[in-house]
Write a protein that binds this ligand. Structure first.
Ligand SMILES: [Fe+2]
Ligand SMILES: [Fe+2]
Length: 352
């Protein structure tokens, strides 16, 4: 999602598991301890959704509640039994094992193993950032970290659950969770430059989990990964051409980072090909179109709320979104995509 699920979705039929956050306070940001990284991947790896809290039960350890809205990056869960059926080669003859073997080799190569290494520029840049820009940057890091971590949790669990049914697909999911953990960890270290850290262990337990049937998980993750790719590469290219807006070095890492997201998207593309029933009948076509539109609309609404961030790095928010949608059009159905493109253009001309 950039990250498995960089983008939250406006889900028509969502069910929630876990603690329902009622009031907006904030994500569980904590003052960073010197030298301590509050990123507990192992502890979070296969954690099931937490049981619902009893009404009125006290919050543990005095942590703040999780701020949720329709547009907050979400954590996802799915029907793992159905997933096992879908990836059972005995049942599904469409599975192209050769293609999955080739993809597995790609993931094993681990192109970005040594990419995410920090340097002193990060802290220096963060210290220079003050006022509203500093605040919006913290929010950017926090939301991106949550979204990447959401991908980590989902992929990790899929890797675990599919191990017996389809070890190759399971290993790919585990290697994708490796990538997402790396992305989330890098963003969380970014937060430490601002003397903060996300308590991801707490988030794992306290966050609501949105249930999607496997079909919808495939649509949502595929789109999120591909759109994530376009968002990262667009920001990278823009800042390369306009270095005066390079206010924080994390963007310099986006070029290789987005290749991870592109590979994740390619894997979901192969998964969808192996499940033609999710693509070919009229219902599937409507659902996939609907998902495409909701992902774009969510992205647009999210970004419009944060135009100060995009302006801070020299981007026009609406133009940026239109560029991502336009570039992403082979991913989406061309008609759906251009419809939204026209819609955004109309909104843009009204706004200016
Ligand atoms: Fe990612
Ligand atoms: Fe990803």
């Amino acid at each position: 999602m950039a990250s498995a699920m960089e983008l939250s979705l406006l889900n028509p039929a969502m069910h929630h598991h876990g603690i329902a956050a009622k009031t907006a306070s904030h994500l569980p940001l904590l003052p960073a301890r010197r030298g301590a990284v509050r990123f507990r991947v192992r502890a979070a790896a296969a954690a099931p959704p937490a049981p619902a809290a009893k009404p009125g039960s006290p919050k543990k350890r005095g942590k703040t509640e999780v701020n949720e809205s329709l547009l907050t990056p979400r954590f996802y869960t799915t029907d793992f039994d159905e997933m096992e059926q879908l990836f059972n080669a005995e049942i599904n003859k469409q599975l192209n094992q050769d293609e999955f073997d080739a993809l597995l080799q790609e993931f094993k190569t681990d192109y970005n193993q040594t990419h995410f290494i920090r340097n002193p520029e990060f802290k220096e840049a963060a210290d220079k950032m003050q006022g509203p820009l500093r605040q919006i940057f913290v929010e950017f890091l926090e939301r991106s970290c949550t979204a990447e971590f959401s991908g980590f949790l989902l992929y990790k669990e899929l890797g675990r659950r599919l191990k017996k049914t389809n070890p190759v697909v399971a290993e790919i999911f585990s290697l994708m969770s490796r990538d997402e953990a790396r992305h989330a960890g890098f963003l969380n270290k970014g937060l430490s430059d601002f003397n903060l850290a996300l308590d991801l262990g707490f988030l794992t337990k306290a966050r609501k989990y949105t249930f999607f049937k496997p079909k919808f998980i495939f649509y949502a993750t595929y789109l999120s990964e591909k759109i994530g790719y376009w968002r990262y590469i667009t920001i990278f290219r823009h800042l390369k051409a306009n270095p005066e807006y390079q206010v924080y070095p994390i963007f310099k890492y986006f070029e290789n980072w987005c290749q991870d997201e592109n590979r994740h998207g390619d894997f979901f593309s192969a998964l969808l090909k192996a499940q033609p029933q999710f693509l070919n009948d009229w219902k599937a076509k409507l659902w996939s179109r609907f998902f495409c539109l909701s992902v774009y609309i969510t992205m647009y609404l999210n970004d419009c709320q944060r135009s100060a961030f995009y302006e801070g790095i020299g981007l026009n928010t609406k133009e940026f979104d239109m560029h991502v949608i336009y570039e992403d059009r082979p991913t989406a159905r061309r008609r759906g995509s251009s419809l939204l493109y026209r819609m955004l253009r109309t909104l843009n001309s009204r706004g200016s």
